[in-house]
Each structure stands twice: as structure tokens, then as C-alpha cells.
Design a protein around this ligand. Structure first.
Ligand code: ACO
Length: 321
């Protein structure tokens, strides 16, 4: 049995913050942000909107596009590092809202790599024969965890959610291989010190702190390695790739990989100019847009590859069905 993606969906909150808007609150400029990151604008959720709200709308769209009855879902897996509350999980909240009473539900935390970790986990559940229908969601609202006076981080992130519906199939398609890695020793380069059990009195604010240069160096290597290794696991190489959906963090990281592997630009999906880095939502949002834009056709070999806090990195190789 393989895990076939039978539908996709995504959702972003309506409020747009442009680079010019940011230049009014921190010492930055549209020119700096565009040239150093490729980002032009990002979506920001209002104070009443939590991660599960975005996850719910993305999931609903994935169920619609795959014509899935919520009662047929066996498992809901949500990748997020910005849950509404520590518990209940986002997956339990959307299980209730979707009316998916037969589903088990759990969240998975691997920051921006979360969707790839969740997709690989879901594929394993299907390949083992345990489950047939799994909803996988990547959703984050990292703008709620930004220090809006820190120009090193507040320009990078946006909010969003993306989802895929997976179904067990014996067709020659679906998730072919997964490559998941972690480098805990470098976790210090991207942290949120406040709010966890290490800080019960909340002495640290719940803000993202990042050593951008270190994360950048790691990201370039992580993307390169994960693409090569996930192909190798299926006995393929770069020449077999039809389409790449990289984590949407910085255009310079993506351009490095395009150059390294000599990939045609139209084989690599980029939408970070509109959304910034939406963490676990970035890859499923880009996948949903690519599918809606008919960029991916039946039989295509698609690589989904990303990196994130932890530090973590991961890729899945999918044959589109
Ligand atoms: N506007 C203007 N100037 C700025 C800004 C800004 N927003 N931010 C930094 N600068 C300044 C710096 O202060 C520095 O000035 P100095 O030379 O006087 O000291 C100068 O610009 C260069 O700064 P660098 O940090 O060297 O800039 P760099 O080219 O490395 O770009 C960036 C910074 C965009 C953060 C880059 O390092 C990057 O993208 N890193 C990866 C980040 C990432 O992908 N994180 C997400 C991981 S995923 C997850 O799980 C959350």
C-alpha cells in the first residue's frame, strides 16, 4: 500500500502587511527585505484568530477537493509549533469542527519541517495497513510570536495553513520515500525561550530569537542533502525530478539549490514573495497553489523539501497520482 495525495487545500488570513508597512515600525526597507529574502508581503492573523482556525479552513478545502466524507477519516495529523493551547491539540480542535468523529488526532512539532515529518508519519501508518484515510495539515501563526522591534526576525514570517488528504492505494503513485533528520546540537540558533516548562514564570517573552547567518548556512546544506538523499532512497537522481516544492523561507536559499543542481527555474515552486515564511504551512500551501495552477501532472516526480528549528530537515518524494 502507498499513501496517495487525493486532495489539497490552503488558507491564509486576509490581512496583508507589506515591506513598506514594516519599514514604518523597524529600521528596514522594502529594497533590503526584497533583495535579502525575496519577501514582498505576508499575511497576519488578527488577535481573535488562532492556528486551529487557519488549519480548519485549509482542511475543509482539502476534504472538498478530495470529496472526502469527514466520517471516513482515520487519523488527523497537524504539524504546528504555534498551537492554540498546549492542550487540547489543534488536531483535536479541528476533529470536532470537521465532524470527523472516527478519527484519531494528534499534533506533531518539528517547526518548519513539521509538514514533511507529518507526511512521512502518515505515509508509514498507511503503508503498515493501520489506516486508510489520513488528513495531514501544516499550520502556524508565528506572527504572534514575533518581537516587532527585532528587524532580524519580524520581516521573515507570516501566517497560514495547508492540508493534504491521503488515501491508501495499490496504484503506482504516492509517497515513495522520506528522509527525516535532526541536528539538536544546533538548536540554539533558532529558539523561543519563553513560555515553555523551562520558564514557568515566563521570565522570557515568547519571541523567536534567531542567528540568521547560522540558520542560512545550515538551510542551504539541509535542502541540498535532503533532496539528494530522498531521491537516492528511491533509486533516483536529480534528472528524475519533475517538480520541487522547497520550504519558502528565503529566495537566496532556494536559488542556491536551483544553481547547485542546475534545475530549470520553472521546476521549482516559489510563492514566498506573497506569504513570507509560514513555517509548517509553507510546503502544503505551495503544493496546493501548484496543483491549482496545473503545474503538477499525473506521473510527475515531486520533491517536497524543507528545514526548520530543532534544527530539523526533511524531504518526501511523491509520485503524483
Ligand atoms: N533591514 C535592514 N537591515 C537589516 C535587517 C532588516 N530587516 N536585518 C538585518 N539587517 C542588517 C544587519 O543588522 C546587518 O547590519 P551590519 O552589517 O551593520 O551588522 C546587515 O543587515 C546584514 O545582516 P545579515 O544578518 O548578515 O543579513 P543576511 O544577508 O544574512 O540576511 C537573513 C539575514 C535574511 C535573516 C538571512 O540570514 C536568512 O534568511 N537566514 C535564514 C533564516 C531562516 O530561514 N529562518 C527560518 C528557519 S525555519 C523555522 O523553523 C522557523
Amino acid at each position: 500500500m502507498k499513501a496517495k495525495i487525493i486532495g489539497t487545500g490552503s488558507y491564509v488570513p486576509p490581512k496583508i502587511i507589506t515591506n513598506d508597512d514594516l519599514s514604518k515600525i523597524v529600521d528596514t526597507s522594502d529594497e533590503w527585505i526584497r533583495s535579502r529574502t525575496g519577501i514582498e508581503e505576508r499575511r497576519v492573523s488578527d488577535p481573535q484568530t488562532a492556528t486551529s482556525d487557519l488549519a480548519y479552513f485549509a482542511a475543509k478545502r482539502a476534504l472538498l477537493s478530495s470529496k472526502t466524507d469527514p466520517m471516513s477519516i482515520d487519523l488527523i495529523l497537524v504539524a504546528t509549533c504555534s498551537p492554540d493551547t498546549l492542550f487540547p491539540s489543534v488536531s483535536c480542535i479541528i476533529q470536532d469542527r470537521l465532524g470527523a468523529q472516527n478519527a484519531a488526532a494528534m499534533d506533531l512539532s518539528a517547526a518548519c519541517s513539521g509538514f514533511n515529518f507529518a507526511l512521512a508519519t502518515a505515509a508509514s501508518f498507511i503503508e503498515s495497513g493501520n489506516y486508510k484515510n489520513i488528513l495531514v495539515v501544516g499550520a502556524d501563526t508565528l506572527t504572534k510570536y514575533l518581537d516587532w522591534t527585532d528587524r532580524n526576525t519580524c520581516i521573515l514570517f507570516g501566517d497560514g495553513a495547508g492540508a493534504v488528504m491521503l488515501k491508501a492505494t495499490d496504484e503506482d503513485c504516492g509517497v515513495l520515500s522520506s528522509y527525516l533528520k535532526a541536528k539538536g546540537e544546533d538548536g540554539k540558533f533558532l529558539v523561543m525561550p519563553g513560555g515553555g516548562s523551562r520558564d514557568p514564570e515566563m521570565k522570557n517573552k515568547r519571541f523567536i530569537r534567531m542567528e540568521g547567518k547560522e540558520v542560512f548556512k545550515f538551510a542551504v546544506k539541509a535542502l541540498e542533502e535532503s533532496v539528494l538523499e530522498v531521491l537516492k532512497l528511491s533509486g533516483m537522481d536529480i534528472s528524475d525530478i519533475d517538480f520541487v516544492i522547497p520550504h519558502q523561507a528565503n529566495i537566496r536559499i532556494i536559488d542556491h539549490v536551483i544553481k547547485k543542481f542546475n534545475l530549470p527555474k520553472d521546476k521549482v515552486y516559489v510563492n514566498l514573495q506573497k506569504y513570507g515564511n509560514t513555517s509548517a504551512a509553507s510546503i502544503p500551501m505551495a503544493l496546493d497553489e501548484a496543483v491549482a495552477g496545473n503545474k503538477i501532472k499525473k506521473g510527475d516526480i515531486v520533491v517536497l523539501s524543507g528545514f526548520g528549528a530543532g534544527l530539523t530537515y526533511a524531504a518526501n518524494l511523491v509520485k503524483w497520482g
